[in-house]
Design a protein around this ligand. Structure first.
Ligand SMILES: CC(C)(COP(=O)(O)OP(=O)(O)OC[C@H]1O[C@@H](n2cnc3c(N)ncnc32)[C@H](O)[C@@H]1OP(=O)(O)O)[C@@H](O)C(=O)NCCC(=O)NCCS
Length: 340
């Protein structure tokens, strides 16, 4: 039977560190509020708000190069790309094709996934299905974001802009028939579209318009339309319900229990969400990986960055049972359970 094995992981974050104190110079916020409510101490931002070179696909490329090296593969060995992001270089085409060109892959398929904070687990679940069905052998799965170009750094935007950061992570998922590890053993993905507008950027789009509105009636475009809107309390309440549900569903599907789990890598949304879930599932600190203090919420990049750091820090070893779990805009949520 073909197994889906993670053969290489890498991450990249821009050098420019933005601390809570730095943000307090731009808006009415402070380190105490941000730390207490979110656990975030600093995040990375692209140095320039506008930069034609350092784009989301470029970040994805930097992370992918490391993942490929760790997998002992070259770009020519990759037979499919799946790129998750909510902050693409262009409105279209997506980042997958740009990465295909940047890395010098063959004319392979390149798919973009638009599932925000759940983007990476959704992407991994698609890669898993392709691998297990024998269609592809080595798939590059990438999550990358540049949030800093599109946040409202005025007082009005402080509830959202302090949370998000820039970065990228990548994984090579490979088909193996003889492997000690079982690889990906269970996935579940969910959505509830009735809450789409609880966490969204609405402009541009076919609902609010685009070129007509920009050219003929620009004053009708409000700040609420162009900046991310988040109903924070509402998102929080749903997240703390859906995270435990999807984690337990994955374990149950694989015939495993919470005791079998070696490491939970949750999407790094907010440290209080992670702590709540940890308490509910009665997991000790060493079984939950948290790095939100350094990067903030990097949306589709958060799980692969955390995965990469967990491996580098020796928190995740071959054979470990690991659950990757996410919740986010859509609403969407899901988990990937794997033996590393
Ligand atoms: C965003 C979040 C941190 C806000 O925390 P909260 O406890 O709900 O805080 P509230 O939004 O109720 O705001 C409380 C007060 O702090 C203020 N505030 C908001 N942002 C602030 C900031 N950056 N600095 C200082 N004060 C701030 C609010 O204006 C409000 O003031 P008021 O009481 O005078 O009206 C929290 O709701 C959250 O984490 N939600 C989930 C977000 C998330 O995970 N998103 C990603 C999904 S994947």
């Amino acid at each position: 039977m073909i197994k889906s094995i993670i053969t290489g992981v890498g991450h990249y974050a821009p050098e420019n560190v933005v601390t809570n104190d730095d943000l307090s110079k731009l808006m009415a916020t402070n380190d105490e509020w941000i730390t207490e409510r979110t656990g975030i101490k600093e995040r990375r931002h692209r140095k320039n708000r506008i930069d034609a070179e350092e784009t989301t696909s470029y970040y994805g490329m930097r992370a992918s190069e490391i993942a490929l090296k760790n997998a002992n593969l070259t770009a020519k060995d990759i037979d499919y790309i799946i790129f998750a992001t909510l902050s693409p270089d262009y409105f279209f085409p997506g980042c997958g094709v740009l990465l295909q060109d940047m890395l010098g892959c063959g004319t392979i398929g390149a798919l973009d996934v638009r599932n925000q904070c759940s983007g990476f687990v959704y992407a991994l679940s698609v890669a898993d299905a392709f691998i297990k069905s024998g269609i592809y052998k080595n798939i590059l799965v990438v999550g990358a974001e540049i949030h800093s170009f599109g946040l409202d750094f005025s007082d009005k935007g402080r509830g959202v802009s302090v949370i998000f950061g820039d970065g990228a992570g990548a994984v090579v998922l490979s088909a193996k028939e003889n492997s000690d590890s079982a690889g990906i053993i269970a996935v579940n993905m969910h959505s509830e579209g009735k809450y789409a507008e609880e966490l969204a950027v609405k402009f541009p789009g076919t609902k609010l318009g685009w070129s007509d509105r920009l050219l003929t009636n620009p004053e009708a475009i409000t700040q609420e339309d162009i900046y991310p809107y988040m109903n924070g309390n509402f998102v929080f309440k749903h997240a703390v319900t859906r995270f435990p549900e999807t984690i337990l569903e994955a374990l149950q599907k694989a015939g495993k229990t919470m005791d079998d789990l070696d490491l939970l890598i949750p999407h790094q949304a907010n440290i209080r969400i992670a702590q709540y879930v940890q308490q509910l599932l009665k997991l000790p600190d060493e079984k939950v990986f948290v790095n939100i203090q350094k990067y903030g919420n990097t949306t589709a990049a958060s799980i692969p960055i955390a995965l990469s750091e967990a491996i580098l820090e020796g928190r995740m070893k071959r054979g470990d049972l690991v659950c990757l779990s996410a919740f986010g805009s859509g609403f969407t949520w899901g988990s990937v359970l794997l033996e590393y």
